[in-house]
Design a protein around this ligand. Structure first.
Ligand code: ACO
Length: 345
C-alpha cells in the first residue's frame, strides 16, 4: 500500500536540499575506556552495540562542530551564508548556560548575517522538533526561504567519566540539514511531535539550572549532580514503546505500511532498543539504518548524522520514503516522514 494522497501537508512542501555532518577527530574505543573504568568491550558491545565514539577536544564546543557541518552543507548546496534566513539549533549541550544561544554563536561564525537564530531544547528528539519548527515557519510566511536545522552536541562535557552506566553511551558530533523551497529536493511529508513531562527525572542533569543553581564557594564534592543521570531501564522501556507509537501513527495517518518505506532512521541510543522495535513490529533489521557502533549516542546530532551518511551512501533513489524516529529527555519523542528527492545530496 502506498497512498500518500492523504499526506498532511500537500499544499506547501518544504524540502531538504542537503545534509552534512562533522565529528571530532579523536576516537575513543571501548578498550580505551576499559583501561580506566570497570567495564569491557564485551559488555558495551553486547548491551549497546557501541564500539567507539568521537570525543571533542578540551577547547571544542557544540558550535565548533556545528560550524564545520554547516559550512559543508552550504558548500554542498551552493548556497551563500547571507542567503540563510533562519537557523534553528537543537542542543542539550549549549556553548553557554542560558545565553547567548549556540545558534547565535554559529550565525556569527558562519557569517549568516541575515538569519534569525535560536536554540531549542528537546534532547535527542531535538533535530526532528527543529525540523518541524523551521518547516512551520517557512510554511507560515514568506520571510523564511532557506533555513539551517542543526543538531549539535558535546555530551562528553556533561557526563561523569567515572559513571560506567552513562559515560560509555555517548559521543560528540553535529549534523545539519539545509531547507529550501526546491520541490525536487527531499520533501518533509509529515511530522509528529510528542512530550511526556512526567518522565523528566528519568533522564536529567539535576544541578546547574535555576532549580538547583551552583553556589559560589561550594566544592565540587558538595555538588556532584551536574552530570547526566539516567534510569536506564525506564528510558529503555519508554524508548521502545515511544518508537512503536510514532511509527504506527505516522504510517496509519499517511495510509502507508512498513513495506512502503525504504529505510527507518532511528535515534541511535542503543542497538538493543532498535532490535526490540524490529522484533515487536516484525520489521527486518536491514530496514533500520544504524551507525551507533561508530558514533555512540550523539543525542540531537544522531539523526542528521545518520541522514547525512545515508545520503552520501548513494543507496537512495528519488521517491524513497524514509521514516526518522527520535526519543529523549523531557521526555520527548517524535517522527518525521521524508521522501527522497532527485536533487538532494
Ligand atoms: N560496564 C559493565 N557493567 C555495567 C556497565 C558498563 N559500562 N554499566 C552498567 N553495568 C552493570 C550494572 O552495574 C549492573 O550490574 P549489577 O547487576 O551488578 O547491578 C549490570 O551491568 C546491569 O545493569 P543494567 O542497568 O540493568 O543494564 P541494562 O541491561 O539495562 O543496560 C543500558 C543498561 C544500556 C543503559 C540500558 O538500560 C539502556 O540502553 N537504556 C536506555 C539508555 C538510553 O537510550 N539513553 C539515552 C536516551 S537519549 C537522550 O535524550 C540523552
Amino acid at each position: 500500500m502506498n497512498s500518500l494522497a492523504g499526506s498532511r501537508n500537500d499544499a506547501r512542501h518544504v524540502a531538504i536540499k542537503s545534509f552534512a555532518y562533522h565529528v571530532p577527530e579523536r576516537v575513543v574505543s571501548n578498550q580505551e575506556l576499559a583501561g580506566s573504568l570497570d567495564t569491557s568491550d564485551e559488555w558495551i558491545v553486547s548491551h549497546t552495540g557501541i564500539r567507539q565514539r568521537h570525543i571533542a577536544a578540551r577547547d571544542q564546543a557544540s558550535s565548533d562542530l556545528a560550524c564545520r557541518a554547516a559550512r559543508q552543507v552550504l558548500q554542498n548546496s551552493d548556497v551563500a551564508a547571507e542567503e540563510i534566513d533562519l537557523i534553528v539549533l537543537a542542543t542539550a549541550t549549549p556553548d553557554y548556560n542560558g545565553f547567548p544561544s549556540t545558534a547565535c554563536v554559529l550565525q556569527d561564525m558562519l557569517g549568516c548575517r541575515n538569519a534569525v537564530a535560536f536554540d531549542i531544547t528537546a534532547a535527542c528528539s531535538g533535530f526532528i522538533y527543529g525540523l518541524e519548527i523551521a518547516r512551520s515557519m517557512m510554511i507560515a510566511g514568506p520571510d523564511y526561504n532557506k533555513a539551517l536545522v542543526v543538531g549539535a552536541e558535546v555530551f562528553s562535557k556533561i557526563i561523569n567519566w567515572q559513571d560506567r552506566s552513562t559515560c560509555v553511551l555517548f559521543g560528540d558530533g553535529a549534523g545539519v540539514a539545509l531547507l529550501s523551497r526546491d520541490s525536487s529536493a527531499t520533501l518533509v511529508l509529515d511530522s509528529l511531535l510528542k512530550s511526556d513531562g512526567k518522565g523528566a527525572e528519568k533522564l536529567w542533569v539535576p544541578e546547574g539550572g535555576s532549580r538547583a543553581p551552583f553556589c559560589p564557594g561550594r566544592s565540587q564534592a558538595m555538588a556532584p549532580r551536574k552530570y547526566v543521570e539516567m534510569d536506564g531501564r525506564a528510558v529503555y522501556n519508554f524508548a521502545v514503546a515511544a518508537n512503536q507509537e510514532i511509527l504506527n501513527e505516522i504510517l496509519e495517518r499517511n495510509g502507508l505500511t512498513v513495506a512502503d518505506l525504504r529505510y527507518i532512521v532511528p535515534h541511535q541510543a542503543n542497538l538493543r532498543i532498535i532490535q526490540a522495535i524490529a522484533k515487536r513490529e516484525k520489521i527486518p533489521m536491514e530496514m533500520f539504518f544504524t551507525n551507533i557502533d561508530r558514533y555512540a549516542n550523539t543525542s540531537a546530532a544522531s539523526i542528521p548524522i545518520a541522514l547525512a551518511e545515508l545520503a552520501a551512501s548513494g543507496d537512495l533513489r528519488a521517491g524513497d520514503l524514509i521514516l526518522c524516529l527520535g526519543f529523549g529527555a523531557g521526555l520527548t519523542y517524535a517522527g518525521v516522514l521524508l521522501q527522497w528527492g532527485k536533487s538532494s545530496q
